[in-house]
Every structure is written in structure tokens, then in C-alpha cells.
Design a protein. Structure first.
Length: 219
């Protein structure tokens, strides 16, 4: 779809773990030529650094790493594991850590590279903290068993030794932490469109979101 880059369009997505938001956000970004940022990967990278370099891990170490952060650093396959995900939900409760990554995220959202018509970010606090003035806001969810099964299949595909019950337990733990924490909790804002992906195919979800965006863009 061709848009004009007079004014960029910004899409903000929040969702609990493994609801399918990443897959959808990527497809939508590709279709509308938007710069895509999976903000969870930044928290995962920090969690990974904490697990890998426990003795070096402090704010000044992190500050230096975040300053040099490149999108390709987020493609590291080690970030995908459940162990890293769970650790990410712990370190993401830290106010100083969140402050460190906010400006990176805001810059991606408001100043995407010139070749893009805008940006699309997904995470937990995108709709109300990172891009409160986004043109489009979505809250993507699915029931917990569906999410755990999807996550289990994804990890199995990557040849990770994993047990479904362990995945379910880890997602429950992350939900509890992400929804209930004091700082930047996961929540659906009033102006976010709810997309429940439990009984929808990827294509059906994509088309649902596309319909909403196209309707607005044609105004
Ligand atoms: O999205 P993903 O599951 O990869 O995120 C990993 C963890 O990072 C989440 O469980 C959440 O605690 C944290 N996170 C966050 N804010 C975001 C994105 C992710 O706190 N914007």
C-alpha cells in the first residue's frame, strides 16, 4: 500500500505474552511500509545481559550498551528463550531501566528512517506511554491456553527442549507481573481497539486490523 510521507503514521500495540501481536505487527508494518520495533526484545536483551554478565550488570554498563544499540542486536536468537522472557519481566519493573530504553523507543516511533511511512511498535506500555498520540492503537490478546500452546509450538520449532506445562506456568507468571506492576503495567486503554486472536487465523487478524486502518486512511 502506498502512502505519502507528509505526516508519518504511528501504530501502537500492547498485548500480553504470546498473543500474536509480534506476527501481526510485522505483517502490518510490511504491508504499510512502516518501521517495526518489538520493544519486548529490548527488555529481553537487557535480561540476557544480566544473565550473561551478572557481575558487570549495573546501570552504567547498561547505559553504554543501550547507547550503541542497533536494531540488528535485537535479532539475537538467544533472546527468544522463556528463561530470558521471564527475566525480562523482572528487570522491566525497574524504573531506571525503563527510563533508559524509553528514549530509544520514542525515537524509533517518531523518527523512523526516511524510507518508511511511519512506525509500528508493540509492547506493554506503547499505547499510553511511548506513543500516546498514535493514529492507531490496538490491544491484542488471546486466552492463556492458546497463548501457551502457540509459544510452545514456536519454541519447539526452534528445537528448544520445552514442556507445555512449563510454558503455561511461565506465561502465567509473566501475565501476573506485567498486569500488576506499579510502573508501566500492561493495560488496555479506552482508545485501543481490542483484537482477540483466540479463534482467528493470522490472516483473519491481519484483515481485521487492515480494515480499521484503511477506513481511517481513506477519510
Ligand atoms: O514482548 P515480550 O514477551 O518479548 O516481552 C518480554 C517482557 O518484557 C514482558 O513480559 C514485559 O515484562 C517486558 N516488556 C515491558 N514493556 C514493553 C515490552 C516488554 O515491560 N514495552
Amino acid at each position: 500500500m502506498k502512502l505519502k510521507r507528509k505526516k508519518i503514521i504511528k501504530i501502537a500495540i500492547d498485548s500480553p505474552a504470546a498473543a500474536g501481536a509480534g506476527t501481526l505487527a510485522k505483517a502490518i508494518s510490511k504491508y504499510y511500509n512502516l518501521f517495526y520495533l518489538d520493544t519486548g526484545k529490548i527488555y529481553r536483551l537487557i535480561a540476557y545481559l544480566k544473565l550473561k554478565f551478572p557481575s558487570k550488570f549495573n546501570l552504567s554498563f547498561l547505559r553504554k550498551r543501550i547507547k550503541k544499540l542497533k536494531i540488528k542486536d535485537l535479532e539475537n536468537k538467544s533472546l527468544i528463550s522463556d528463561k530470558v522472557g521471564l527475566e525480562a519481566s523482572i528487570i522491566s519493573k525497574n524504573t531506571s531501566i525503563r527510563k533508559l530504553v524509553h528514549s530509544f523507543q520514542i525515537n524509533c516511533a517518531y523518527n523512523p528512517p526516511k524510507k518508511y511511512y511511519g512506525s509500528c511498535l508493540d509492547g506493554r506500555d506503547i499505547t499510553y506511554k511511548i506513543i500516546p498520540d498514535a493514529e492507531f492503537k490496538f490491544f491484542i490478546t488471546a486466552n492463556i491456553k492458546t497463548r501457551a500452546l502457540r509459544r510452545f509450538n514456536e519454541l519447539k520449532k526452534l528445537k528448544k527442549k520445552i514442556d507445555y506445562k512449563e510454558v503455561l506456568k511461565s506465561i502465567k507468571k509473566r501475565d501476573k507481573s506485567d498486569y500488576n506492576r506499579k510502573i508501566s503495567p500492561l493495560k488496555r486503554t479506552k482508545d485501543s481497539v481490542l483484537i482477540n486472536t483466540t479463534n482467528l487465523t493470522k490472516k483473519a487478524c491481519f484483515l481485521k486490523i487492515k480494515k480499521i486502518i484503511d477506513k481511517e486512511l481513506q477519510k
